[in-house]
Design a protein around this ligand. Structure first.
Ligand SMILES: Nc1ncnc2c1ncn2[C@@H]1O[C@H](COP(=O)(O)OP(=O)(O)OP(=O)(O)O)[C@@H](O)[C@H]1O
Ligand SMILES: [Mg+2]
Length: 262
């Protein structure tokens, strides 16, 4: 069943300094199925974050439609939880308070219970009273994930959530996200520019072409987890995707700038 959809979406950002428009994505269509782990890959600047922001409701499309459960996305909603590259926690609040902050219930006891439950999911319930500056980068990102999960979103939108972490921590975090996805049965849209990460995680991988972005190709990865990145199948896929990604990078490496008059 479809949970979210981008239908022939274009997004043009207008530069107020010169009135020119930058086409970030053009005629992008994407159907997201309930329960899938969709990875969005593509060269830098091709519109991955823009697509995620449109699905989150932080941006509105210039043309086309963005739908969630068949209804137009009109703004952010707790149904669509976002995890950014930077965890952006409140430094003066404890880990527990940071997570409690995102929960809408008026009952403080209830908020605390939900926050602790979600901290347990990311194995940080023992750190509830720590401040963000006392945590490692990976732990901070886990708090950010707990904070988003505590809103009980149906769809998790993750924008390169682990790209600032070292390789080993990133792999551990990927495993954590997979566990959460399997246990909680949510839909995940995961942006990464790391082909191997996408291959280790995704049930489907969508490649966006270079700017202005649109869907270029997709691969369904019908393999169980944990996956072996050195298997012949995944090595072949990695080479194929890398070729495809560099080809679309060279074919169109500069953004379209439009004269916009109103
Ligand atoms: N708020 C904005 N205002 C103006 N231009 C923007 C804005 N957000 C994105 N853009 C432009 O849209 C294009 C796509 O940006 P986007 O951030 O979606 O790319 P990306 O694929 O996420 O790149 P990266 O892999 O580097 O994160 C870029 O040319 C960028 O400059
Ligand atoms: Mg981005």
């Amino acid at each position: 069943m479809t949970i979210a959809e981008m239908h022939e979406v274009s997004k043009i950002f207008i530069d107020s300094r010169n009135g020119k428009g930058l086409v970030a994505i053009r005629d992008m269509s994407l159907t997201i199925k309930e329960g899938e782990f969709l990875c969005l890959i593509g060269p830098s600047g091709c519109g991955k974050s823009t697509s995620l922001n449109l699905l989150a409701g932080f941006e509105t499309p210039s043309r086309g439609k963005v739908l969630f459960r068949g209804e137009p996305v009109k703004g952010p909603s707790p149904q669509r939880g976002v995890v950014f590259q930077e965890p952006s926690l409140f430094p003066w609040m404890s880990v527990l308070q940071n997570v409690m902050f995102s929960i809408q219930s008026k009952d403080k006891g209830e908020r605390k219970r939900i926050a602790l439950e979600n901290l347990r999911i990311v194995s940080l319930d023992g750190f509830a009273h720590y401040r963000p500056n006392e945590l490692s980068g990976g732990m901070k990102q886990r708090v950010a994930i707990a904070r988003t999960l505590a809103m009980n979103p149906e769809m998790l939108l993750m924008d390169e959530p682990f790209s600032n972490l070292d390789e080993q921590t990133r792999r551990k975090m990927d495993e954590e996200v997979l566990k959460i996805w399997k246990r909680e049965e949510r839909t995940v849209v995961f942006v990464t520019h790391n082909i191997e990460e996408a291959l280790m995680l995704g049930t489907r991988i969508v490649l966006m072409s270079a700017s202005p972005g649109k869907k270029e190709r997709e691969w369904v990865i019908d393999l169980p987890w944990p996956r072996d990145p050195t298997s012949d199948y995944l090595m072949d896929k990695k080479v194929e995707m890398a070729r495809k990604m560099s080809a679309c990078h060279c074919a169109n490496s500069s953004n379209d700038l439009l004269e916009v008059t109103d």
